[in-house]
Design a protein around this ligand. Sequence first.
Ligand code: SF4
Length: 190
Amino acid sequence: MVDWRLFEPLFNYARKKSLWIVSFCTGCGGIEMPPLMTSRYDLERFGMMPDPSPRQYDLFLITGYVTPKTLKRIIITYEMAPDPKYVLAHGSCPLNGGIYWDAYNAIKHLDKYIPVDVVIAGCMPRPEAVMDGIQKIMEMIENGTADGWKRYKENYEWYKKNQDELFGEGWREREARRWIPWLMDKKKEE
Ligand code: SF4
């Protein structure tokens, strides 16, 4: 029987070198993504590429302020991806609300709802700062400390409690009924 944990350092090295990104451009910070992906900063040289599918990505970028409406999509997108997965939030807004700190409809602490591995403060952070954050998360992946996906499982009750307090219990089913009613009807029949 092979103990795959022995190969974890090798896997982590490979993971660091081939990150597929889903970028959730929730706020104005999303405008920094095109320069990062194009020739000036060229993120692809680190083995990264944008990936439109929430089923396959490794790195989830949240690029700005979050509202309850977008938070629902963020949680669902996060939960859809296979482990291991990593979250990088950029801009002060996901960290503490930023300039929307007293707005009724802004989420002040994204990390109460999903685990965030690296936060890049600033409004808006320059591409160099985002590159720095990406380098940081790559280091953390290699040394095994980017473990938000494990914390989410271990502390799921706490995350779920925070999510339910905000949206009310059963919010996932309500969302699913809203977006894919035919699937919910099919489930009821089964
Ligand atoms: S931190 Fe600044 S740039 Fe980023 S989403 Fe908030 S207001 Fe916009």
